[in-house]
Design a protein around this ligand. Sequence first.
Ligand SMILES: Nc1ncnc2c1ncn2[C@@H]1O[C@H](COP(=O)(O)OP(=O)(O)OP(=O)(O)O)[C@@H](O)[C@H]1O
Ligand SMILES: [Mg+2]
Length: 237
Amino acid sequence: MIVLETSNLTKKFGGLTAVNDVSMTLNQGDVMGLIGPNGAGKTTFINAISGLNPPTSGSVKMFGDDTTRLTPEKMCRLGLSRTFQIPSPFPKMTAIETVMTATIFGNESGKVKDPVDHSREMLDFVEFPMAETVVAEQLNTVQLKRLDLARALASNPRLLFMDELASGLSEGELNDIMRIINKISKKGISILMIEHIMQLIMAVCNRLLCIQFGTKIAEGLTQEVANDPKVTKAYLG
Ligand SMILES: Nc1ncnc2c1ncn2[C@@H]1O[C@H](COP(=O)(O)OP(=O)(O)OP(=O)(O)O)[C@@H](O)[C@H]1O
Ligand SMILES: [Mg+2]
């Protein structure tokens, strides 16, 4: 089953075409890696799909419906959730309050019986390394990314976008993240993840999409895309 399909998606910022005519497909159960050099348009691509920065042209189909230009709130209710390259939580909120906000506003009212319990479950699930009462502004980037993931999962998504979740992690933390991504996938959540760390991509992704200068240069099975000369050239310059 196709979960996400973009057709000729384009995003321009004035004279700059950040995403250029990208068509792709993500299937139920995929853990798809979105790769490409710095500035390739990866974040802009997921922003255009998720409603944060709507596309200039082209269309998006999600769970079988046309979702082009729906607001992020509407897409959240349909089952899309995402993390951010630079998480920006409410600085004075505690970890549990942050996740509870997503639990309460990200789900249909009454669907989650006990928001505190549910939010605790999310923090446990992402193996949040701090107490639930820690205040967001006291967290370092790695801890903030883990909190952002718990927040994204709290709305019970069917499709999850992650934007460089693993950047800045040590070797040991990388293994933790691999395990957590596999757990998310096992829950039946389809994943599109922007990532630069090849070791992580090769370990968890079944398919890859590579863009360069806003244009798709490869899409397919992980091994095939990773060995595609166009892709290696894009990375090596
Ligand atoms: N809001 C914006 N206004 C103008 N230009 C933008 C905006 N957002 C992104 N861009 C430009 O669009 C291009 C693609 O940026 P984007 O952040 O999507 O790249 P990326 O692939 O996510 O890069 P990185 O790997 O460094 O995160 C860049 O040239 C960037 O400067
Ligand atoms: Mg980016």
